[in-house]
Ligand binder design. Structure first.
Ligand code: FAD
Length: 880
């Protein structure tokens, strides 16, 4: 409690201990100030105190609890099972507390947080009923100067916002709202005294989590209940009751292992990962998985019916439709049922809900649903609510209208960093953070579960503990290494923002008007606020940053300056998933296998992949190669008439693959370009060494050009394309066509091509290992294909050939590819020779990832760009 105030500093009486006034203006009152006394603030206080720091916590609430202090509405409960929505930092605490049910009520969770506060004697360092209004970084003194709503001042070295993601209720912006003369309630600021709706006419506005939890209970008391719904929400039954027996058993058997599994899971709760794709699952399998998830009554079960429901609309729609079927089967009035069926967003892109009798409530005679999309509210009056077509009278209105999530509570404080820049200004176009924890220009500032961290997409108890541990460890590291400040570098922050955006871009989330996207608050920037890469991936990134002596941070202090600048995650998230999966399989390196085994392995892998998009027609045939017939497969677009032609050569290091091995990519090219794609096989090494493959490729290009009409192509509208070694023979074919009398080629698409034999370029060194095409594998390919003496020949290394007069080129390179610099070198040399070149750099991709159609979703925009470039070469219209 505040005892006296000097000009700038406050003296605190804490448990009878006076913390003396500071008078040198450079020594902070506290090592750390924490704002918020919920799950986050309580654990922070405990951790920092244990590490020997002086800490002061402020909260506008009258007691501990945060979320659970404010949200006292009827039916308020957690929706992560209490086996997991609980602190795990102290096994003795776990033994000392017994949750009574699967999803605890708000009073029980509040009691728990009070119990924790008592157990660790936390309240003595918490100042309640006090809001922090402003925080200003004093660069000269390297400390934060804070002001409370009582006009008091306090300073600290480290300023931590533990202000919660869902703690600032959204302002009600309905005309006339203040004029209502009846009772008004906000679910996020529910009174402490009991509220009795018996005999009353009650309106509930909003059908998000709070609305869905409270409506069935309000309906039990009210004489009339009218629910005003703007967006219907997906909700499934919670099946509340005793804690899940299987989870309890696992915890009893080995609690440490269970907690560790939670920490390294995607959502912060051990959950089986589905191996079933919603794109391909037969109906009975899909139904069984759905029924199982419904019976489980857990959010992550229904969010994981299929392994691809978060990224593929078609897969998502199967789950969504099964949920709608449930709603229709429960709600008796068909029109009400249809109004309650969400149709404007994919399942999971808005926070789904767990409920108890929510949909059943609409079968009660005194409960009515008003669809605000059809009957918008025109105004609130002193006696009730007017929609555009009727006036309704109420005794009470309950606003369940949600929160200004994630950034709202942070920027509600006037936070000014270095050079007078405010956080509000910095985040005007959306939050920018490093790891969701820190932000450039605001030294020694941390946000627990801030934007850019998994937070609201996870079991927050696990995410909070991880953040608190990371922040506490960082502060201890500074002290132990004689640093006083920590701040991210602009490069590290930009890299994290990019990674965050990449993670969101491959999901369906950006398609929804959700609060995850800031869409519920007028004027809020439309970006994806939380980190969707997973709790496990996130923890891995944070651990790596710390292990690399705070990669991407600048530390300063008496010890001098330390800065290991860098970006912690550069590989596209879905590419990384594929790499991780391959790593887990422990496959032998291809180059360690005999050639027939390597070929058999590739065929087996290809048999399991996604087929690629539907095309109009597929035709198999043979054409004359340089030394005998070659197989080809032709992919025709679904549109009628003749089409431009792409002659395509597969990858495989001149050793592996054939005319069907790149089929998903060929289909994708066909559909995106509107061209006939003819994928031609060629002779392979070691049976047929250099220059067999190149000779066959050139022969094939000639034959296709000569037979364009028979193939359904437009004569003269021909592009040559290839991936990897296929890019190599495609480039050679273009050189030979120029020198040996045709055919006329409108363009060449070289996708991560081999353009010379030089294996000393930086990309070979940087990507020597770990990205599928390794330096040893490339060596193996070369050794099979060409004698060292032949490798510099332009027919093996087209970069050494004459480049003037070649067709325009599209050259695609990937960041994590040994061949990257060889492709770049070819692009540069072509440009220097006057050949028009369009370079496409696949950021975060590997040599192989762009070809993984429908698996590596982040490759799709790159392939769209490639197709656009090809279409303009062919002057082909955009396919319908
Ligand atoms: C109804 C509801 C149900 C939820 N259920 C779950 C669940 O089942 N599982 C789950 O993982 N998560 C759930 N959450 C999310 C929940 O917010 C977190 O789980 C967790 O409680 C957050 O704890 P916190 O300490 O980070 O923040 P909070 O609990 O939100 O506490 C933040 C505190 O900061 C204070 N504060 C904010 N600004 C200031 C300021 N300027 N000055 C002083 N004090 C300030 C607030 O008064 C508040 O007390 C739920 C949220 C809600 C609203």
């Amino acid at each position: 409690m505040v005892q006296s105030v000097s000009e700038t500093y406050v003296t605190y009486l804490v448990e009878g201990r006076v913390i003396p006034q500071q008078n040198d203006n450079r020594t902070p009152d506290f090592d750390a100030v924490v704002v918020g006394a919920g799950f986050s603030g309580l654990y922070l206080l405990h951790r920092l105190r244990t590490l020997g720091f002086s800490v002061r916590v402020f909260d506008g609430a009258g007691d501990v609890g945060g979320t659970w202090y404010w949200n006292r509405y009827p039916g308020a409960r957690c929706d992560i099972p209490t086996t997991d929505y609980t602190y795990s930092f102290d096994p003795e605490l776990e033994d000392a507390w017994q949750w009574s049910e699967k999803y605890a009520t708000q009073p029980e969770i509040l009691r728990y947080l009070g119990f924790v506060a008592d157990r660790y004697d936390l309240r003595r360092d918490i100042q309640f009923n006090t809001r922090i209004e402003s925080a200003t970084w004093d660069d000269a003194a390297s400390l934060w100067r804070l002001t409370t709503d009582q006009g008091k001042h306090v300073t600290c070295r480290f300023y931590v916002m533990a202000t919660g993601c869902l703690s600032l209720p959204k302002e009600v912006d309905i005309e006339g709202a203040p004029s209502f003369a009846g009772e008004v309630y906000y679910t996020g600021r529910w009174p402490h005294e009991p509220v009795d709706f018996t005999g009353k006419r009650v309106a509930v506005i909003g059908t998000g989590s709070s609305g869905i939890q409270s409506i069935p209970l309000i309906a039990q008391q009210a004489a009339q209940l009218t629910v005003f719904q703007r967006t219907p929400n997906f909700s499934v039954p919670a099946h509340n009751g005793p804690q899940p027996a299987d989870r309890v058993a696992q915890i009893k058997a080995d609690r440490a292992a269970y907690r560790d599994a939670a920490k390294w899971s995607r959502g912060g709760i051990p959950t089986e990962i589905s191996e079933v794709s919603g794109l391909t699952a037969p109906d009975d399998v899909a139904r069984a998985r759905f029924d199982e998830a419904i019976a489980r009554g857990e959010l992550f079960a229904i969010l994981g019916v299929f392994n691809d429901q978060g990224v593929h609309l078609q897969s998502n729609e199967r789950v969504a439709e099964m949920i709608r079927e449930r709603i229709r089967s429960i709600v008796k009035d068909p029109e009400t049922a249809e109004t309650l069926c969400p149709k404007d967003h994919p399942f999971g892109t808005k926070r789904p809900c767990l409920d108890t009798n929510y949909f059943e409530t609409y079968n009660l005679p005194h409960v009515r649903l008003v669809d605000l999309r059809k009957h918008p509210i025109s105004k609130i009056t002193p006696t009730g609510i007017d929609t555009v077509d009727e006036s309704l009278e109420f005794d009470a209105i309950v606003y369940a209208t949600g929160f200004d999530a994630m950034t709202g509570p942070i920027v509600a404080v006037d936070i000014t960093g270095r050079d007078g820049v405010t956080l509000k200004e910095k985040w005007a176009d959306g939050p920018s953070t490093y790891l969701g924890l820190t932000t450039v220009g605001f030294p020694n500032f941390f946000a627990i579960t801030g934007p850019g961290s998994p937070s609201v997409l996870s079991n927050m108890a696990v995410s909070i503990e991880q953040h608190v541990d990371w922040v506490s460890d960082a502060i201890a590291y500074l002290r132990d290494h004689q640093f006083t400040t920590i701040e991210p570098t602009p490069g590290a922050e930009a890299g994290w923002n990019q990674h965050n955006a990449d993670c969101a871009a491959i999901t369906l989330h950006p398609t929804a008007n959700s609060w995850y996207m800031g869409a519920n608050v007028p004027g809020k920037p439309r970006v994806f606020y939380p980190y969707i890469g997973g709790v496990d991936a996130y923890r891995g990134a944070c651990d790596e940053v710390a292990a690399k002596d705070y990669l991407g941070f600048k530390l300063t202090g008496p010890a001098g300056e330390q800065c290991h600048d860098g970006v912690v995650r550069r590989v596209q998230p879905d590419v990384q998933l594929v790499l991780d999966m391959m790593g887990m399989l422990g496959l032998p390196p291809l180059e360690s296998l005999p050639v027939p085994d390597a070929r058999a392995f590739m065929e087996q892998t290809n048999a399991m992949r996604m087929p690629g998009p539907e095309v109009g027609e597929i035709v198999d045939g043979q054409l004359p190669g340089a030394a005998g017939p070659l197989d080809f497969r032709l992919f025709r677009p679904p549109t009628p008439g003749a089409h431009p032609v792409v002659v395509y050569f597969h990858g495989g290091g001149w050793v592996l693959g054939d005319h069907v091995s790149d089929e998903p990519l060929c289909r994708d090219l066909c559909v995106r370009t509107g061209a006939v794609v003819v994928s031609v096989n060629y002779r392979h090494a070691p049976e047929d060494r250099f220059p067999a493959a190149a000779d066959d490729a050139f022969a094939a290009v000639r034959w296709v050009a000569d037979n364009a009409v028979e193939l359904g192509g437009i004569p003269g509208q021909l592009v040559v394309a290839g991936w990897s070694a296929g890019g190599n023979v495609a480039a050679v074919a273009c050189q030979r066509a120029r020198d040996e009398g045709g055919p006329e080629i409108l363009g060449q698409l070289l996708l991560t091509p081999v353009t010379d034999e030089d294996m000393t370029r930086p990309s070979y060194v940087e990507n020597a290992d770990g990205y599928v095409l390794t330096a040893p594998l490339m060596q193996w390919f070369w050794d099979h294909y060409a004698d060292p003496a032949d490798r510099a020949d332009p027919v093996a290394s087209p970069l050494h050939g004459k480049l003037e007069g070649l067709p325009p080129a599209v050259i695609v390179t990937a960041d994590f590819d040994p061949l990257r610099d060889s492709g770049e070198a070819y692009a540069q040399a072509l440009s220097a020779a006057g050949v028009p070149v369009q370079r496409i750099r696949a950021r975060g991709h590997t040599h192989t990832s762009l070809t993984m159609v429908d698996v590596v979703i982040s490759g799709a925009p790159v392939r769209a760009e490639i197709a656009g470039a090809l279409r303009s070469m062919l002057k082909a219209p955009v396919p319908a």
